[in-house]
Design a protein around this ligand. Structure first.
Ligand code: ADP
Ligand code: ASP
Ligand code: MG
Length: 395
């Protein structure tokens, strides 16, 4: 593969209907001279359905027929062989039957189940590209060396040893890679967390030294606020890596929070583009850019935030008190977003509701702990805010 290749990631919203898939094909065909490598999500709605199946299967009433129907409808609409996905859909149905039988859905089995979304979509896309005369090959990321830890449901990649580039180099035609998925040291399939295909795209971009990473979605780029909530939200033409990572981390749902890191490491520009309006310039995210115009770039939010307060008078004369608090957070895998401290107390926010009871119990050994659920975190993003007077007052 050439050193000027680009990564093109298409999200589920770009793959939901026959028309969208035809559109994706045209977009890729028009950029064929840039030697694209595709990374794709499951078709719209599939991962949500699989999550629901994983939740209900142990109780015995999960139904895979809607997943089967959805794929069959797309195969029909695209004039592809209707048995194209028999192997994947068959394995999926067997797995769900097994989950019902043993009344269990361990995190490992749940990730295996979720993997079928992307394993099907890459095959649909590759078959359609070949039918249209563009040579393409479906590739499972876990087969070409995207390795992760064994933290099912939110796995983190482990260092790549150039095997990804080597394996993808052998692919004939356009590689169409599964987003969202990896494999741990024991050989289990893992997932990178919801929206993880953005992250996959950046990991592949890094491994292949891509010239650019394109995230194709259903809006005109990264916007000044969530367009589903804020009428008049506008696309942001250009952002820095620092701004984009803050925006993603604090809830801007257009990018997975870890996406920017692998791109930043190799200074690969990330472009967010609209599949339904391909000529729109979208947003480009660059290592640095000359600031101009508005200091405040975007307002993002995160729901379901817990406010945890630890009051501990002995904190007053103790060294290393905060270190203790954060060691406990680390042990319970609680990501602390914001922290405020006084002489006798520390207040922090976190969103891992499932891990909080154990975390708070251990924290209780240091002082009195109280937890307030149902908060939201609102983040005003802009690299110039720190050195522009008066923004906080205006906010
Ligand atoms: P995809 O299937 O392409 O991954 P997602 O649904 O994961 O799509 O992400 C795109 C959606 O993110 C948009 O449709 C938009 O409604 C939402 N969104 C939330 N916050 C923002 C933001 N600040 N800028 C752009 N889109 C946002
Ligand atoms: N299909 C996965 C999800 O819905 C990954 C992705 O779309 O990025 O979360
Ligand atoms: Mg997404």
């Amino acid at each position: 593969r050439s050193t000027t290749m680009i990564i093109m990631k298409f999200g589920g919203t770009s793959l939901g209907t026959v028309e969208s898939i035809e559109n994706v094909f045209r977009i890729v065909r028009d950029r064929i001279d840039r030697d694209p490598v595709l990374v794709v999500s499951a078709h719209q709605g599939v991962t949500n359905s699989l999550v629901e199946i994983a939740r209900t299967a142990p109780g015995g009433d999960a139904d895979v027929s809607m997943i089967e129907d959805l794929h069959h409808r797309l195969l029909n609409g695209l004039d592809l062989p209707v048995d194209l996905l028999d192997e994947q859909l068959g394995e999926m149905a067997d797995l769900v039957r097994g989950m019902k039988l043993v009344s269990e859905a361990s995190p490992r089995v749940r990730d295996l189940l979720l993997s079928f979304g992307e394993r099907c979509s890459v095959r649909v896309l590759a078959a359609y590209f070949n039918q249209q005369g563009l040579r393409a090959q479906a590739v499972d990321a876990f087969e070409v060396g995207l390795r992760t830890d064994g933290n099912f449901g939110r796995a983190r990649p482990v260092a790549d040893d150039s095997r990804i580039a080597e394996n993808i180099g052998k692919v004939e035609g356009i590689p169409i890679l599964t987003g969202f998925l990896g494999r741990d040291a024991e050989g289990n399939i893992t997932t990178l967390g919801r929206n993880g295909s953005d992250y996959s795209a950046a990991l592949f971009g890094n491994a292949l030294d891509a010239e650019e990473i394109q995230i194709w979605t259903d809006v005109d780029g990264v916007m000044t606020a969530d367009p589903r909530l804020v009428e008049g939200a506008r696309p942001i033409p250009i952002m820095s890596f620092a701004e984009a990572s803050e925006l993603a981390y604090y809830g801007g749902k257009v990018l997975h929070p870890a996406t920017i890191l692998p791109a930043m490491e190799k200074s690969i520009p990330v472009r967010v583009l609209n599949t339904h309006s391909a000529d729109n310039p979208g947003t480009v995210i660059l290592p640095v850019y000359e600031e101009s115009g508005a200091v405040v770039r975007a307002v993002v939010h995160k729901n379901d935030i817990h406010l945890i307060t630890l009051v501990s008078p002995p904190m007053l004369q103790q060294h290393g008190f905060l270190a203790k608090v954060f060691r406990i957070a680390e042990a319970h895998e609680v990501d602390v977003d914001l922290v405020a401290t006084s002489e006798v107390s520390i207040t922090m926010t976190a969103d891992r509701a499932d891990h909080l009871p154990a975390f708070c119990e251990e924290l209780g050994e240091l002082g009195d702990v109280s937890v307030e659920p149902d908060h939201a975190l609102i983040c005003v993003v802009g690299q110039g805010i720190a050195h522009t007077r008066g923004i906080a007052a205006q906010v």
